[in-house]
Design a protein around this ligand. Structure first.
Ligand code: CTP
Length: 398
């Protein structure tokens, strides 16, 4: 297993809110991502969910009592604080936020937090009026000023029946924030990398488009990997079914021309461009203003060539292309390195069952500017992203 959370000690603080049920899901997702999760629950949290739920998922001790004589952490109550790579309080109630702002330490969670030097992420959950209260806002401002990261709350329907700001941010989104926080001093800190993703859509008429099978997963995974190494990721994406990755700046486009404009604009301030998008090579010459009605038995649509974005993107940045091939993989990819003046190309055979469109894995071959070929094994798209970024980092150094 690989990824930003593998073998990371995560101290999950759970406080008394109905959103505690989501903390169980968060613990599960963290464990699945390879993290070692120690849970500390306040008394209030134990009224909503049981310590057993967390113990069953994390397979580690759950601390609920600072003075529990049977706990392995009793004699050194700051042991958890010391071993944590990150502390995540989810959900964080208004009361715990207030205690943290005041510097109190009267339960196992606040005692641990005041003793930690690890980054602390606070995910508030409360009713809208409680969140809007000036006392809460002041306390959150204090925590922010002290370097804690506040994520959320999100807006929506609240347990009270009110609609407003107060919902705990979804676990999958918290996962992105946790990965980013753990990697904030990574080897791409200070670098901006533009990544394109998805298959462009070229309109025929107001109803129909020409597009391709790209899911966007490869580009999104690269953008997340940039973020998790401390870099600023700008994701220029054609429509996909994927959620926006947290802490990645997303620029939405539809057509090849829109993608071209966005990429050429963004790359002016960037250190690297990674074109993972499947850009249409041709678009309908004219877009019909009205829906084309069915008439004759056959139909011809006249197509015009789109701009090649990689070829058009010139400047002082590292340029990485992809080559999706169904035959003569290496020769075709080498040709694209030269034609598009690339520092690196990532070639994959789209006919392989576990690679290419829609899968979570990819088997790629990397080819450098001097046409050196390196075949990589089957990897997750996130791992492929990191392999590409290892090369990009080396190129940025030289
Ligand atoms: N690309 C681009 N602009 C285009 C078409 C492609 O920037 N109008 C980029 C893709 O994002 C990819 C690389 O060029 O990084 C190669 O794309 P690919 O479709 O494999 O190659 P093409 O240049 O389109 O050539 P062919 O279709 O003949 O294989």
């Amino acid at each position: 297993m690989s990824g930003p959370l593998v073998d990371k000690h995560i101290l999950l603080g759970v406080t008394g809110s109905i959103a505690c049920y989501k903390a169980i899901d968060l613990a599960s997702k963290l464990v699945q991502a390879g993290a070692l999760v120690d849970t500390v629950m306040t008394y209030g949290a134990t009224q909503f969910v049981t310590p057993l739920a967390f113990r069953s998922i994390t397979h580690r001790e759950v601390v609920t009592d600072t003075f529990d004589p049977n706990s392995q952490y009793t004699h050194e109550h700051v042991a958890l604080a010391r071993q944590a790579d990150i502390v995540v309080i989810a959900p964080a109630t208004v009361h715990t936020i207030g205690k943290l702002a005041a510097g109190l330490a009267d339960d196992p969670l606040t005692t641990t937090i005041i003793a930690t030097t690890a980054p602390v992420l606070v995910a508030p959950a409360m009713d809208a009026n409680m969140y809007d209260n000036p006392a809460t806002q002041d306390n959150l401002a204090v925590l922010r000023r002290r370097g804690m990261t506040i994520v959320g709350p999100a807006s929506g329907r609240l347990a009270s029946g009110l609609t407003g700001k107060g919902r705990l941010v979804e676990p999958v989104e918290l996962l992105g924030h946790i990965s980013a926080l753990l990697g904030r001093d990574g080897d791409l800190a200070g670098k901006t990398i533009v990544v394109s993703a998805g298959g462009t859509m070229e309109p025929i008429d107001p109803v129909r488009v020409i597009t391709n099978h790209s899911s966007g997963k490869m580009g999104y995974a690269v953008a997340e990997a940039v973020r998790d190494r401390g870099g600023s990721a700008v994701l220029v994406t054609a429509p996909t079914g994927l959620p926006d990755p947290p802490l990645v700046r997303v620029v939405r486009v539809k057509t090849a021309q829109e993608m071209c404009d966005a990429v050429l604009g963004e790359v002016k301030q960037a250190d690297a461009l990674i074109m993972a998008a499947a850009v249409a090579d041709y678009r309908p010459e004219v877009e019909a203003g009205q829906k084309i009605k069915k008439s004759s038995d056959d139909m011809v649509i006249s197509l015009a060539k789109t701009t090649d974005i990689l070829e058009a993107a010139q400047g002082n940045f590292v340029k990485v292309g992809f080559a999706a091939e169904s035959q003569n993989l290496v020769e075709n990819a080498k040709d694209k390195v030269k034609r598009k003046n690339l520092d690196l190309i990532v070639a994959n055979d789209i006919t392989e069952p576990d690679s290419g469109f829609g899968t979570d894995t990819n088997r790629v071959t990397l080819i450098s500017r001097d046409l050196q070929v390196q075949e990589l094994p089957l990897l997750t798209k996130y791992e492929v992203g990191n392999e590409i970024l290892d090369r990009v980092r080396e190129l940025l150094k030289s």
